[in-house]
Ligand binder design. Sequence first.
Ligand SMILES: [Zn+2]
Ligand SMILES: [Zn+2]
Length: 388
Amino acid sequence: MADYAVIQEKIEEEKSKLVEIARAIHSKPELGGREFFASELLSGYLEEKGFKVWRGLGGLKTAFMASYGDSGYHVGFCSEYDALPDIGHGCGHNLIAVAGVAAGVALAAALKGRSGRVSVIGTPDEEDHGGKVDLVRAGVFDDIDAAMMFHPGCSTSIYVESLACRDFRFIFHGRSAHASCEPWEGQNALDAVIQTFNGVNALRQYLKDDVRIHGVIPEGGLVPNVIPDRAAAHFIVRSRDRNYLMEVVEKVIACARGAATSTGTAFEVSESGYPYEAMVSNRVMADLFAESLKEAGYNIESPHREGLGSIDMGNVSLVTPSIHPVVALTDEWVPGHTHEFTALCDTDEAYHVMLTVGRAMAITGLKAIQDPAVQEQIKCEFKQYPAC
Ligand SMILES: [Zn+2]
Ligand SMILES: [Zn+2]
């Protein structure tokens, strides 16, 4: 039997079990870092299928890696399985989880008797914390030659980009005083926060188009008749260009410094989230994936997507050639992170897309494993990426 037919046949053979797993994860949504049910279900299934499993990678209790094959070109499929508070699987990570597992099992079936390795990497806590950042730092992707995952959406794109992002907090320290009787005795920390926002808003007109800055005020005083001696601001800054992002971060910090000077307060700054890097899609891999998707009858309406969010797969894409295509679940527009999208991710059409993507990722992996020329092209393009 031809190798691609083996992939198709394996997915058909496992179809009902794979859909059962995706439905079970959907019906039991777990928040990031606490996906014990999903992690065990996915890794246990892979173990049954002959994969060797390591759990708790990178200090993350719900991360795992399941590998098949001992040597040769190493293809990795990333599975995400965290859900959102209240909304459940409104980002469709139940589908991402099982597409990665389906691709892993199908590619392992096609590997029999040939050199090559396939791993499924269980990458927890994408929504909140960026589990892949921990896994990259722990070296989990160091010996993977090509990494893939998909994200469900409402239109299909192959070359997906994202913004690099930094997340940080300012705390201003002033002096409290009676706001009416002796305001001259006070140093208003809330005013420093407000001046920081005003400074940032003035800055926006001088920034490049892809920059995004958004902030909130988690602390701003308790009652109006006491001048606040402490206030805090929390900002996220994003840009497609990592180096330019750092320039903008410095400008935002300068706004806070100026605000502290003008209000006579002191300020401290700390980075509070993980740095996300911009996603760089490997075009050679993306084209192979697109070919397989088109063979399955999919229309790729807008191949290029300049995504304006940030994803932790971006960090993976800087250490190993990667793709993160978005594939439509429906022709209608249903925004992500909503109850409507949650419902969509538990439908027959969504599970059909999940299995089709699993097949396309497995074929992409096999095309790379069996052709050294393709491996070389993937590597050559990767070498042109901006260094991290
Ligand atoms: Zn999401
Ligand atoms: Zn997501």
